[in-house]
Design a protein around this ligand. Structure first.
Ligand code: GFB
Length: 319
């Protein structure tokens, strides 16, 4: 990408999109095209086609999506599949029609089979059944990966897909029903410390293992891959390290300084038993994450809960 190129970041208000925008600006890319979902509904084909025809972006980061934690995925199953399919189909096809030089599509590690080998290599895609709680979302994301692959094969488009592991960051969703585990636990432990509550409830058994990547590191990897001459059609982005949910709860408890008890609510689903990405391909290309989990949790805790960002808890579901 040259600094004069027009770069469209779809989903720039979300946690991932906003981190990509920040990274691009830090690196001197200022010709950014940004539209909120109120200005441009990416589910509306006509609106998307018109936008691309008029603006003709050179590069596209496709970070717009309906996303959420285990409960949101399981509850809003129809919205998760419909919204994501529409967004991907419209943006990817419009990028092809308007000669976009390169497009980077953001998937998710839940596209891999529930019982994939660990760490999960890119080759595990479509080798087994998916985790039922997020199957609609995963199917939509797999469709996006396959669209990029098909447009590469048939039209020679430079469209690539990246599979980030579980992400977290300052601009996360902290709503207790729809968020992912890390922001939910930060909020639960913080509120319990302030109110002096004797215990904090953690969903599931605490045994599932997850890998967490700080979103600023993900943004750095996305810009790195956009600029890299090698173009793997699918590439994992993660840290290569995982932790159990019980261990995560203890780590967050420590950062927050909460002294009460942790209890597990086993009526809530565990989801996939383990989700650790094989990141050897990305490492071979020369990219490594920079932020340790503890450091990242501290950064989010300080920015969101100690310094406070007004309205942060009002965001229910990010698109
Ligand atoms: O982060 P999370 O919602 O999503 O949950 P997944 C991870 C694990 O943390 C599950 C447990 O075993 C949860 O039961 N957990 C414990 C909690 N306490 C809490 C809590 O207070 N809130 C939440 N949300 N979880 C999502 C997928 O799966 O991961 C998406 O549904 C996407 O499709 C995303 O792929 C990255 O890691 O299980």
């Amino acid at each position: 990408m040259r600094h004069t190129d027009k770069i469209y970041v779809a989903g720039h208000r979300g946690m991932v999109g906003s981190a990509i925008v920040q990274r691009l600006k830090e690196l001197g890319y200022h010709h950014l095209l940004l539209r909120s979902s109120a200005e441009l509904d990416l589910r509306n084909q006509a609106a998307v086609f018109e936008f691309f025809k008029k603006e003709r972006p050179d590069y596209v980061f496709l970070a717009a999506a309906r996303v959420g934690g285990i409960l949101a995925n399981n509850t809003y199953r129809a919205e998760f599949i419909y919204d994501n399919l529409q967004i991907e189909a419209n943006v990817i096809h419009a990028a092809y029609l308007n000669g976009v030089k390169k497009l980077l599509f953001l998937g998710s590690s839940c596209i891999y089979p529930k019982f994939a080998p660990q760490p999960i290599p890119e080759s595990a895609l479509l080798t087994g059944p998916l985790e039922p709680t997020n199957e609609p979302y995963a199917i939509a994301k797999i469709a996006g990966v396959k669209m990029c692959e098909a447009y590469r094969a048939q039209y020679g488009c430079h469209f690539i897909s990246v599979m980030p592991t579980n992400l977290y960051g300052i601009n996360d969703n902290f709503d207790l029903e729809t968020s992912h585990v890390l922001p939910a636990l930060l909020r639960k432990f913080h509120e319990a410390r302030i109110s002096g509550a004797p215990e904090v409830v953690v969903w599931g058994t605490g045994t599932p293992r997850r890998e967490f990547l700080y979103v600023d590191d993900l943004a750095d990897a996305c810009v790195f891959l956009m600029n890299h001459p090698e173009e793997p059609s699918l590439i994992n982005i993660g840290t290569g390290e995982d932790i159990s949910i019980a261990e995560l709860a203890e780590l967050i408890q420590q950062v927050v300084g909460y002294t009460g008890k942790i209890v597990f609510d086993t009526t809530k689903p565990d989801g996939t038993p383990r989700k650790l990405l094989d990141v050897s391909r990305l490492h071979e290309m020369g990219w490594h994450h920079k932020t340790s989990l503890k450091e990242g949790i501290r950064k989010v805790y300080e920015a969101v809960f100690l310094q406070g960002q007004p309205g942060i808890f009002q965001r229910k579901r990010a698109v």
